[in-house]
Design a protein around this ligand. Structure first.
Ligand code: ADP
Ligand code: ZN
Ligand code: ZN
Length: 742
């Protein structure tokens, strides 16, 4: 018998993660003809699943199986490209799946670039990069500068940073016409980026652009450098404009000089071309981008460049945390408090949190930077778990903006603007400066109603008012995206007196235009920036002072640098003061401080005016009088007393179905088991109790320790299989939920 076995070649069974919502691996047999070279963990294989073929990831290679070998399906083929998950990345992704209790196959699916998820393998081309001719004369450049400042700017950028891709240039706000013009003049040329390992060279650091650090900045850089060969987490809590970016840039130097890679996570790169340009101007090394403004091919290129070691720096949004940087030496998370780091559907990970996990696993430093730390990070810093660094002064000679509260009950209001705000805007414009008006509500009006019977047009699928989008002539539900024409008359009473109710950015833009007809107004929100490159274009126009009045939603609150904006007006913050979500005040404060940070970033002093019906509200008063830090520390004391996160740990179970009783019963059944150290809250209808026709319920599980939480969630998942309502609902788990409102 033994002799026989020795002659037969060994059978190979693979356990494969497959993109299906099931929490298990699937076993396949590897046919002998595919076993020509040894299978590696992390390799992609194509396997049958039901009637489909899917791409799976090999997570285990065994010579025996507990299943009847004859019944096992065969692997159809192996994907023989140059990409496979490294052991490190495999381990990281498995940890993420465990932490969030999310099906492993789906976690892998989301970690992979779209083109690598497909059966059909993509043609992988090397990205084209642009360079300047070396023999470019001063004279030629001066002429260009005179004729087209933008072309000259592009030329300077390319000169400093030899070898930039089109996606970098687009992200920076340049367009194809500028590029083509320079190419036609033969000032620049393109070639495929070479597949060479990134190697640090003396000239890679643009010394001229390096700033002399303040004492506070220098101390942070020195501390990070001292610990750069091990895991350490640094919270850089620095007011806007205090020079955090400069700290990142100098902290990275030594890492890059050691030929290690740096990953920079930002909330929304398209929103902050300035940040990107700072990196480009400082380091003449290959930088790859990963964000939603790029197409699938461009994102795949980034992924491959990171893995091959061609890219020295990867800058990207949330999902860039899965980029396979094989020689990662440091992670930076800019604006760590930003909600966009949390994915709000299916695999609900928080990129900042798993970035810390990745840094710990690789034993490398991670820097979290923000002007408004999340309470989680602040608590970790205060308790000594993270290194806590503060930057209390604005860099250079910029002063901090003063916030004043305007009591709207005491003033004549016109289209949402108080008299004193209007006057302040007028004065700002007269000085030749710019004003930013912030209203976190896009569209023309948040509702339309009938003046006679008070009927409101609402989305039947969500039981919420439709938002009026006048420009498109449509009513759009902001919750489920369904659309309707504006009815010519009231469907309830037949009256034709249907009017917008309340105000959104689209209407504000129109009214501001009427108030200040001699000045140009620009609106920056999701609607006005849908087209690729549109945002960069608008931001460039703002920098060029083509517009004096900027109107926008929270898109405008993020790290932009507008040197001539000296007045920031916030029209409405009241919603957050009375929310039932315990995080609403934290988010309101962050938003307010972030928008305020847009004022007076350069040498001119800035002013911030906040309109409220409740200017005496203690939260607002504390924030305005004592600043974010004081506000946050007070709020942390309250959270501690109430045993809310970060002093406890939560998992949110969401369930939805076509009938309200199903999700409620499903969740109620879950609460029948008691877990040590854990408490349930709910089930209760979600704040959006109905969305897209489905009734939604929430159940919160709260635990004193993370371990207790995970054990309880683990058991609940196990028990859910026997929950009699299980097949009637769709449900999900959200570990460390940040938004309880939906
Ligand atoms: P943050 O990232 O904290 O918002 P930045 O790094 O963008 O701040 O710095 C704000 C401004 O101050 C930038 O124009 C930057 O060039 C300048 N700056 C930063 N550090 C210094 C420094 N040490 N000396 C002079 N200017 C500085
Ligand atoms: Zn009516
Ligand atoms: Zn809807």
């Amino acid at each position: 018998m033994a002799v026989f076995l020795a002659i037969t070649s060994t059978d190979i069974y693979l356990q494969v993660a497959i993109p299906v919502p099931m929490r298990q691996l699937f076993t396949y047999k590897l046919p002998a003809e595919l076993n020509t070279n040894a299978v590696q963990l992390g390799e992609r294989v194509i396997v049958p699943f039901g009637s489909r073929q899917v791409v799976g990831i090999v997570l285990s290679i065994d010579e025996s199986t507990e299943y009847a070998a004859k019944k096992l399906k065969l692997v159809l083929s192996r994907v023989n490209d140059n990409f496979s998950f490294s052991p490190q990345l495999l381990h990281f992704i498995q940890r993420c799946s465990d932490y969030y209790h999310h099906p492993i196959g789906d976690v892998f699916q989301q970690a992979l670039p779209v083109l690598l998820r497909q059966i059909k393998q993509p043609d992988v081309e090397l990205p084209l990069v642009w360079l300047t001719k070396t023999d470019l004369s001063e004279e030629e450049q001066t002429t260009t500068a005179k004729r087209s400042p933008k072309q000259a700017e592009l030329l300077t950028m390319l000169k400093q940073h030899q070898g930039m891709t089109w996606s970098e240039l687009l992200t920076l706000g340049f367009n194809k016409a500028q590029l083509n013009a320079l190419e036609k003049k033969e000032f620049i040329y393109s070639k495929s980026r070479a597949v060479t390992l990134f190697q640090w060279q003396e000239q890679a650091l643009q010394q001229d652009n390096r700033l002399a650090l303040s004492a506070e900045q220098a101390l942070i850089v020195a501390t990070v450098k001292e610990m750069q060969a091990q895991f350490s987490c640094h919270l850089v809590d620095g007011i806007t404009g205090s020079g955090k970016t400069e700290v990142y840039l100098q902290a990275m130097e030594q890492i890059l000089a050691n030929n290690k890679q740096v990953l920079v996570l930002v909330p929304e790169i398209g929103l902050t071309p300035q940040t990107l340009s700072r990196f480009e101007q400082r380091f003449n090394v290959p930088i790859s981008l990963h964000h939603s403004g790029l197409n699938n091919k461009e994102r795949l290129q980034t992924w491959l460049e990171a893995q091959r070691g061609t890219a020295a720096i990867v800058i990207g949004t949330r999902s860039a945390i899965f980029t396979p940087l094989n020689d990662l030496g440091m992670i930076i998370v800019d604006e760590e408090h930003d909600a966009s780091f949390k994915q709000q559907d299916s695999f609900r990970y928080h990129a900042r949190d798993i970035a810390i996990l990745r840094a710990r696993q690789l034993d490398i430093p991670i820097i979290l930077g923000t002007a408004t730390p999340s309470f989680e990070s602040l608590q970790n810093a205060l308790s000594g778990k993270y290194h806590y660094h503060q930057l209390r002064k604005r860099a250079g000679n910029a002063s901090t903006a003063k916030i004043s509260l305007i009591d709207v009950a005491q003033q004549q209001m016109e289209h949402g603007l108080s008299g004193s705000l209007k006057q302040a805007i007028k004065n700002t414009l007269a000085r030749g400066e710019q004003a930013l008006i912030f209203l976190n509500r896009r569209g023309y009006a948040p509702a339309i109603n009938c003046q006679e019977c008070h009927w409101i047009a609402d989305c039947q699928r969500c039981n919420k008012a439709f938002t009026l989008h006048q420009g498109q002539g449509l009513l759009i539900c902001h919750h489920c995206a369904s659309q309707q024409r504006i009815p010519p008359q009231c469907p309830s009473c037949g009256s034709v007196r249907i009017k917008p109710l309340g105000q959104g950015t689209e209407q504000l833009e129109e009214k501001i235009g009427e108030f200040f007809p001699d000045y140009s107004t620009v609106r920056i929100d999701r609607d006005s920036t849908r087209k690729k490159g549109a945002l960069a274009k608008l931001l460039t126009e703002v920098s060029n002072k083509e517009h004096q009045l900027l109107i926008g939603t929270q898109m405008l609150a993020k790290g932009h640098h507008f040197p001539d904006v000296t007045l920031v007006a916030v029209l409405d913050v009241d919603g957050a003061l009375f929310s039932y979500d315990f995080r609403a005040a934290e988010h309101m404060a962050q938003l307010l401080v972030q928008v305020s940070g847009r004022a007076g970033r350069a040498s001119k002093p800035g002013k911030v005016m906040v309109q409220s019906k409740f200017p005496d509200h203690p939260l607002l008063q504390d924030l305005v009088q004592n600043g974010y830090q004081h506000f946050a520390k007070q709020a942390l004391i309250e959270r501690q007393q109430a045993l809310l996160p970060p002093f406890s740990f939560q998992a949110l179970f969401r369930a939805e179905a076509n009938y309200p009783s199903y999700p409620e019963k499903f969740l109620r059944a879950m609460t029948q088991i008691a877990f040590e150290g854990c408490q349930f809250a709910g089930p209760v209808p979600a704040a959006m109790g109905k969305k897209a026709g489905k009734f939604r319920f929430h159940l919160i599980l709260q635990a004193k320790s993370r371990k207790q939480l995970h054990q309880a969630v683990f058991k609940l998942i196990h028990h859910s299989a026997t929950n009699e309502w299980q097949s009637k609902v769709r449900w999900s788990i959200d570990i460390d939920p940040v938004d309880l409102s939906w």
